[in-house]
Design a protein around this ligand. Structure first.
Ligand code: SAH
Length: 263
């Protein structure tokens, strides 16, 4: 049997959001590699081995997966959401680049999944209808100065900003700083979404103003996707339900006018 490796996105949480192609890849695997809680979402099956690991050793885990594939196993490396978004796919290619030449003969494929920002956006309405970007607030893999420089650039450009990895026990203050920075560029009433555990039983969506979000940064957690609206992002109020949040596709004026008060 010749080995192979597929990097599979499990979506945000509910099995309904696993694509049929991702499910087929999981069903075909002899070995599953990934962070324990993601592996727990996949039922045990005779003849399929789970290799659970810690969340912090991504490149090591990727190397282990490639070594298994080189031995002839059909390996599926699993990630939450989409595996290419702040997740295992880049770690696999990093390990492949640095690893033995023979690994390059292993067929490596990526099965996409629904990433957190798309799931959160769908729950809220259409906040990503215009231009947007995604930034990981984690400074484990890049200096904090890089994060703030990028934030300042996209705030000035008036993009909707999706913040992944907003906060953790080891990184308690970064989200507050990011939202303070946003307050310097955007109106205090700009809609901000705290979308927690989307697609899981403990899902919770909060629609705040930017000023409220900055004051309540500590109420987000690792399972939260934070979305900061652009100047055109707005709410449609409803009588007995949360408002819809949307960003129109059309843009009337230059971001320099809308976000910085100059032309
Ligand atoms: N590959 C994943 C992202 C991994 S980074 C994806 O594509 O979604 C981990 C971060 O993703 C978390 O800190 C959180 O910001 C976000 N996230 C992952 N799953 C989420 C969910 N179900 N609801 C809200 N945010 C989620």
């Amino acid at each position: 049997m010749s080995g192979s490796l597929t990097i599979v996105g499990l979506g945000p949480g509910t099995p309904d959001w696993i694509t049929p192609a991702a499910q087929t890849a999981l069903d075909a695997a002899t070995d599953l590699v990934g962070y324990g809680p993601y592996l727990d979402r996949i039922p045990e099956r005779e003849g399929r081995t789970k290799h659970a690991s810690d969340n912090r050793v991504e490149v090591e885990r990727a190397g282990h997966a490639l070594a298994l594939a080189a031995e002839g196993k059909r390996v599926a490396v699993v990630s939450g959401g989409d595996p290419g978004v702040f997740a295992m796919a880049a770690a696999v290619f990093e390990a492949l680049e640095a690893g033995p030449e023979a690994w390059r003969a292993i067929p490596v494929t990526v099965e996409p999944g629904i990433t957190a920002m798309l799931a959160a956006a769908a729950r809220a309405g259409a906040p990503l209808g215009g231009d947007f970007c995604a930034i990981s607030l984690s400074d484990n893999l890049k200096p904090w100065e890089v994060v703030t420089a990028r934030l300042a650039a996209v705030l000035a450009a008036d993009l909707v900003i999706c913040l992944y990895n907003p906060i953790s026990k080891a990184r308690p203050w970064q989200l507050g700083k990011a939202l303070e920075l946003a307050c310097q560029h955007r109106d205090a009433a700009t809609p901000v979404l705290f979308a927690r555990a989307v697609g899981r039983p403990d899902e919770a969506l909060r629609i705040l103003t930017l000023a409220e979000a900055a004051a309540q940064a500590g109420t987000a957690d690792m399972a939260t996707l934070v979305m900061i609206g652009a100047s055109s992002t707005r709410l449609i109020a409803r009588e007995s339900a949360a408002p819809y949040v949307y960003t129109p596709r059309s843009v009337a004026s230059s971001p320099c006018v809308t976000s910085q008060g100059r032309t």
